[in-house]
Design a protein around this ligand. Sequence first.
Ligand SMILES: *Cc1c(COP(=O)(O)O)cnc(C)c1O
Length: 443
Amino acid sequence: MYLHGTSKINALGHLEIGGCDTVELKQTYSTPLYIVDEALVRQRCREYMDAFKASGLAFQVAYASKAFCVMAMCRLAEEEGLSLDVVSEGELYTALQAGFPAQRIHFHGNNKTMDELEMAIEAKIGCFVADNFTELHMLQALAADKGVSVNVLLRVTPGVEAHTHEYISTGQIDSKFGFDIGNGSAFEAVELASRSLNLNLLGVHSHIGSQIFEVEGFQLAIERVAAFSADVKERLDVTFKVINLGGGFGIRYTDEDTPLLVSDYVRAITDAVKQYFAGIYTQLPEIWVEPGRSIVGDAGTTLYTVGTSKDIPGVRKYVAVDGGMTDNPRPALYGSKYEAMLANRGNDAAEETVSIAGKCCESGDMLIWDAELPKVQSGDLLAVACTGAYNYAMASNYNRIRRPAVVFVHNGRGDLVVKRETLQDLISCDVIPERITKEPSYK
Ligand SMILES: *Cc1c(COP(=O)(O)O)cnc(C)c1O
């Protein structure tokens, strides 16, 4: 397993993260356990901030909180000077409760409800990323009602779709998100927003994909957004103050993944903005980006305890852990790949190929196919790397499995940031109607 950030094998042969021995973390917090390397999260935040500072452009780096949205993480992003993207009232509530400054919060989503828009207007958030005409009308009506003006970015689809190693330069028109540039609806949206009395149109937003390892997709998107900006300036005399280029910067889950340095992504983006906007605007726009995965992904490790195993001679050996698709649905959802090691026997050489299964009643509940590990025994601790993004955030209670605790580790200290759910938590929203008896009645 690749050791990210402060992860290392200590003198006892145990995996240590943030100066904390994972065997001790298990004793204190039990398993499954999400462990977050705080120093690595802070380092990633700083890589973005420093790279933008070096560009000389005005900027905001907004952490896409959907990747891992808990109050302590909102605090961390705040301390590092980042802004924050939210996509629901729940994420907004979490951020506000954590004391995240509303002015630095951006609200995304293709189906924000009236209640959500109202909550966000009342909280005085920094900006709405409007996704469609319905939302523009709702926002204008609500803002007029309250006698306020709200900042708006328009989400546009520039017709670039980036996937890991390639990008498709057409075809994005068929997406539930945003206003398409190619078919004129983005232009119409600019017309509407700039004419709406209670909307303050800041600019446009584009997000081209996820887990991207190349810069060409971003460059092409910027070229198209710049051409659109020129068109809008000429025909409507509207100038964008902000260009938001979304997230999607890739990270290393396994050695098949070849991400660039954060500074390389940022330089490619800021250089392209300078190149394509120079002839259009006298003052270059402010650049916003929205990394999620690349802020928290490789800082997360999930610790499990090995339970049963099933060896099918000549076929495969399954080794089951005390979690699974409930704490990490990504392998089942997307076929995502992960690396693992035995955290209590970090120096033992790989001896067998096993497949790591979860404990859910579902054959698809697999975490890793064909992991090379030492001879795995019941009671061993299995660490799966790179689980910081879209794991806790996507965790479920399927099979009424309790969601794990989350600890931040830093300089030899482990601090709980999310408590493990209790059995009581699992039934806390359940109600038995009066007419259904509580006592056994079937005789
Ligand atoms: C998901 C998303 C992000 C973050 O994507 P990552 O791949 O986690 O960096 C940013 N912006 C928007 C609009 C998104 O939908």
